[in-house]
Design a protein around this ligand. Sequence first.
Ligand SMILES: Nc1c(N[C@@H]2O[C@H](COP(=O)(O)O)[C@@H](O)[C@H]2O)[nH]c(=O)[nH]c1=O
Length: 161
Amino acid sequence: MTIYFYKVWQPYGCFSNFSPHGIQIQGTYWPTVEHYYQAQKFVGSVDAVIIPTIRAAATPEEAAALGRCSTRQLRSDWQVVKTQVMREAVLKKFLTHADIRKILLTTGNEILVENSPTDYFWGCGAKTTGQNHLGKILMSVREEIRQSLLISVSTADYASE
Ligand SMILES: Nc1c(N[C@@H]2O[C@H](COP(=O)(O)O)[C@@H](O)[C@H]2O)[nH]c(=O)[nH]c1=O
């Protein structure tokens, strides 16, 4: 059965990038994946000065509003790199926090869909025809973590023989 998620306070809210699970990337701490993702839009752009303000935003909603401001200039390669930026942050989130990693793994092979009514790239959009890239990243992170756990279990078996 497909698992839909969107808001933090709804079922499977920990899959939202707005969930309060901090990550450390290259020595810098970010309060949520959303803070990190929105700030990466400006790395190397003339508006990079906004990055510390996004990192310090009190909420992910505030970080998103800063990052979505249409008068600021995005980095020129943003459309090319944004999916990889998101995957790196989501993977780090689930490697860092054991409680939500367990929730992700217990979804087995179910399809995960960000049920955003507006976003046809990261989510499925109101018509459910969106590309669901966040759901796809979560499923791929789930598989990567599962495989790495299998490898560590089999290595431990081997070592104990
Ligand atoms: N969960 C969630 C949202 N969805 C998130 O918004 C981000 C896309 O931002 P952008 O690329 O700037 O349009 C991405 O992290 C997506 O998962 N948006 C919201 O306004 N509220 C929310 O609770």
